[in-house]
Ligand binder design. Structure first.
Ligand SMILES: NC(=O)c1ccc[n+]([C@@H]2O[C@H](COP(=O)([O-])OP(=O)(O)OC[C@H]3O[C@@H](n4cnc5c(N)ncnc54)[C@H](OP(=O)(O)O)[C@@H]3O)[C@@H](O)[C@H]2O)c1
Length: 312
């Protein structure tokens, strides 16, 4: 495993991290097996993955609880836990973004309880609520950092204007945004800003939410309750075109004696500013395969062949 640092906060993390929205994320996926989810987290930690990503909204607290149960089996210094908050789910019929300082403070405390920890290493403002000024929401996260409840501050799902405002005083250590071979929109503004401002960029959906896992065909259909139905890449025409591209990438991966998901993760790690990837999954076999990506290197020539496939 390769290890690196969250730049500004100097926290050491594994380059291959773990996404856990399918660990107890019953509000996002149907028929999740919680034991499989815990085995997935435990396997990752045993394989040297130290960077675990969760959020309070995944399973409305359930993901944090399950992750916390597994973390208890390990020493506190052996993992870096990132969680997210800012979606108020006290009223289950009306879950909405909430960046008010008092809400964030309460959300951090609840996350700590579920995770059974005294502090989290990285706390993300998960979604902007488009009402609360960032000076107030990020200001409260700065206070929580000073109090030792969180070690660093991240932000997710923001536009470049929002990111600039949130980072007005340089408090943002990590930006989490969608970015993968099939969705490179972050390259326009967010990624360059992160590089210029010493912010670690952690892409979410590194395997294009499963499309770069290699198992999808033009005939594949998502389950009725699967949140990915809302993602444009999975919708009708775009889906068919995407599968053509995915098939070419798969051929390239085979020629390099690797797999498509490993190629996709290695490609992301080769992009300037991307410090780690957090592939998700439902069972331990996934992370067993994904950790191998940290051993692969792509030459400039190979990166340009991939670029040609992606730009067609
Ligand atoms: N900040 C945000 O708003 C936000 C939004 C989305 C996600 N996230 C975070 O980012 C993490 C990663 O994103 P994601 O999980 O949505 O998408 P992802 O990592 O791009 O893709 C996960 C999908 O890839 C499949 N997969 C994983 N490894 C594979 C392998 N080796 N071979 C074949 N298929 C494989 C999984 O299959 P199975 O499910 O069948 O195992 C799952 O369907 C999440 O878990 C979450 O922690 C954050």
């Amino acid at each position: 495993m390769k290890y690196t640092k969250l730049k500004k906060s100097n926290i050491e993390i594994s380059a291959i991290g773990l996404g856990t929205n399918a660990v107890g994320g019953h509000n996002l996926f149907e028929n999740l097996n919680e034991q499989d989810g815990k085995d997935f987290v435990r396997e990752a930690l045993n394989l040297g993955v130290t960077f675990i990503d969760t959020a309070d909204i995944y399973g409305l607290g359930r993901s944090e609880e399950l992750v916390g149960e597994v973390l208890k089996e390990f020493k506190r210094d052996d993992f870096v836990i990132a969680t997210k908050g800012a979606q108020n789910f006290t009223n289950l019929n009306d879950v909405k973004a909430d960046n008010r300082p008092e809400y964030l403070r309460e959300a951090v405390d609840k996350s700590l309880q579920r995770l059974q920890l005294d502090y989290v290493d990285l706390y993300y403002l998960h979604f902007p609520d488009n009402v609360t000024p960032f000076a107030e929401s990020i200001g409260e996260l700065v206070r929580l950092k000073e109090e030792g409840k969180i070690r660093s501050i991240g932000i997710s799902n923001v536009s470049i204007e929002q990111l600039k405002e949130a980072n007005a005083h340089g408090d943002i250590s990590v930006l989490q945004s969608p970015y993968n071979m099939l969705d490179r929109s972050a390259e326009k503004e967010l990624l360059p800003y992160a590089v210029e401002n010493n912010i670690s960029f952690i892409p979410y959906g590194p395997l294009a939410f499963g499309l770069l896992g290699g198992g999808f065909t033009k005939e594949s259909k998502l389950d009725a309750g699967d949140w990915r139905q809302s993602i444009p890449l999975f919708q009708e025409e775009q889906f068919i075109q995407t599968i053509d591209k995915v098939d070419k990438l798969k051929e390239f991966a085979v020629s390099k004696e690797t797999t498509l998901p490993n190629l996709a993760l290695t490609w992301l790690l080769a992009q300037e500013g991307v410090d780690a990837v957090i592939p998700g999954g439902k069972r331990k076999e996934r992370i067993r395969e994904n950790v191998q990506a940290s051993e692969i290197r792509l030459s400039q020539e190979e990166l340009s062949v991939i670029n040609d496939i992606l730009n067609k």
